[in-house]
Design a protein around this ligand. Structure first.
Ligand SMILES: Nc1ncnc2c1ncn2[C@@H]1O[C@H](COP(=O)(O)OP(=O)(O)OP(=O)(O)O)[C@@H](O)[C@H]1O
Length: 423
């Protein structure tokens, strides 16, 4: 692939030409003056090319069903313009006729993706049909899909759908972690859009985990003004939630929860740092809250309790980067299925900022003596907090409030639910 720094053009693919040239080039260009803005939506240039042979030959089969999800509530609301400006012209070039059969869905509420999954995607995958889902969302889109697909028992024909991730959320942890060493990370997943997703080499199963909760756990929605029952595990009847990115409690969960308001969302990625400052430097000048719980980690089939009874940071993750520059788990490899614990105890606001600042330096926090960093098979937290706000758990951005004396248990999930198209 060609890249030109002076003109800010990146060629993502050469496809067979319809007009006599050797190939048609699909090129991304950033608007003038916006080359350094990571949020600037690129423009797509489609150009006949006499020099290069096609780098891909798009599949033209009728036994593949393609759906496109445009999430209007994700990130700073750029999914629609990104679709019109970048995705649509590429799909029209790759599949001049076929793209007319692609089904486009726009989110209308927080439950749109789960509804689409139960009504359309799951029955299609369950009938053994090859399903490709092009997702213009943040991490929330993928977690909604995963939970939707896991909400019903699969048939023996179930075929894991292929998902093309286009990072239109705020943090896009999964996208950045999958593409952590991809030199074309700035192409917004549009190279993956050009691949033939039916080729095995071009896709990988998405590793996931399951968080099970004590019976009183509730999902907080609508900026925590409302609460909902969680899905139930059909065997145990316990409330559950699946994730692919992160399960956390204490400082991380609190700042995700506190910053998930329309007001904070306007600030894009800075909303996490703003909420962190508020949590670490309470207005009354007191030190940050010491979160009380018994925490245990699972290795194989053995649970061992951590010695600390008070905590500040308790987080289990399946990805390396929670934001592009924020490397929470430097030893996680893309889609390797490992689960890592990052933990530290109560400390001052300044110390917590210093340690978290090291994560922005390629994950150096894990070398700090304050931080416990280890691979685990599971994590269990038994809460010992009276106030609701100290019992909030984050699963891939969703917030669950656990009842007094309740608990959460996180374990890796073995089922292959969906595959991600990788570059
Ligand atoms: N039209 C809509 N109305 C209400 N809520 C919506 C709408 N579209 C999307 N949402 C919700 O907005 C949230 C967006 O989450 P998503 O993770 O995709 O973006 P994000 O939080 O900005 O990014 P990230 O999780 O990567 O930081 C989801 O909970 C989704 O269900």
């Amino acid at each position: 692939m060609e890249e030109s720094n002076s003109t800010h053009l990146t060629t993502v693919a050469f496809v067979p030409s319809k007009h006599g040239a050797r190939s048609t080039a699909i090129i991304l260009q950033l608007p003038a003056g916006e080359e350094k803005d990571p949020n600037a939506v690129p423009e797509v240039i489609i150009k006949e090319n006499d020099q290069e042979h096609p780098s891909i030959r798009p599949n033209v089969t009728s036994d593949e069903e393609t759906h496109i999800i445009i999430s209007s509530g994700s990130g700073t609301g750029k999914a629609e313009v990104f679709y019109e400006q970048a995705v649509k012209p590429i799909l029209e070039t790759l599949w001049p006729e076929g793209h007319m059969n692609f089904l486009t869905h726009r989110t209308e509420s927080v439950s749109t993706i789960q509804e689409l999954t139960s009504d359309i995607f799951f029955p299609t995958a369950n009938a053994g049909i090859t399903l490709r889902i092009i997702l213009l969302t943040g991490d929330g889109g993928i977690v909604d899909l995963v939970n939707g697909f896991l909400s019903q028992p699969p048939s023996s024909n179930y075929k894991a759908p292929q998902v093309v991730l286009l990072p239109l959320g705020t943090a896009n942890a999964l996208y950045h972690s999958i593409n952590v060493s991809n030199p074309h990370q700035n192409t917004w997943g549009l190279r993956a859009l050009c691949f033939n997703a039916s080729q095995e080499a071009q896709r990988k199963p998405l590793p996931i985990f399951t968080a099970s909760f004590s019976p009183g756990a509730r999902l907080l929605t609508n900026e925590a003004r409302d609460e909902e029952a969680l899905p139930q595990d059909p065997k145990s009847g316990r409330p559950i939630l699946h994730g692919a990115v992160v399960a956390s409690w204490a400082m991380h969960a609190s700042l995700v929860a506190d910053s998930d308001t329309a007001e904070y969302r306007k600030f894009g990625i800075d909303r996490f740092k703003m909420a962190a400052k508020e949590a670490l430097y309470p207005a009354d000048g007191s030190p940050p809250h010491p979160y009380r719980a018994s925490v245990s980690v699972l290795h194989g089939s053995d649970w061992s309790p951590l010695p600390e009874k008070e905590h500040m940071y308790v987080l289990a993750t399946m990805v390396s980067n929670l934001e592009k520059p924020f490397c929470i788990s430097p030893r996680s490899e893309p889609l390797d299925g490992s689960l890592w614990l990052v933990h530290f105890g109560p400390t001052s606001g300044d110390e917590a900022m210093r340690v978290m600042g090291l994560a922005y330096q390629g994950g150096k926090h894990v070398e700090d003596p304050m931080v416990r960093y280890e691979e685990v098979d599971g994590l269990r937290i038994e809460f010992q907090e009276k106030e609701d706000r100290w019992r909030r758990v984050c699963v891939d951005g969703k917030i669950v409030r656990v009842e007094e004396r309740g608990w959460v248990e996180i374990r890796k999930e073995e089922r292959r639910v969906l595959d991600v198209v990788v570059e």
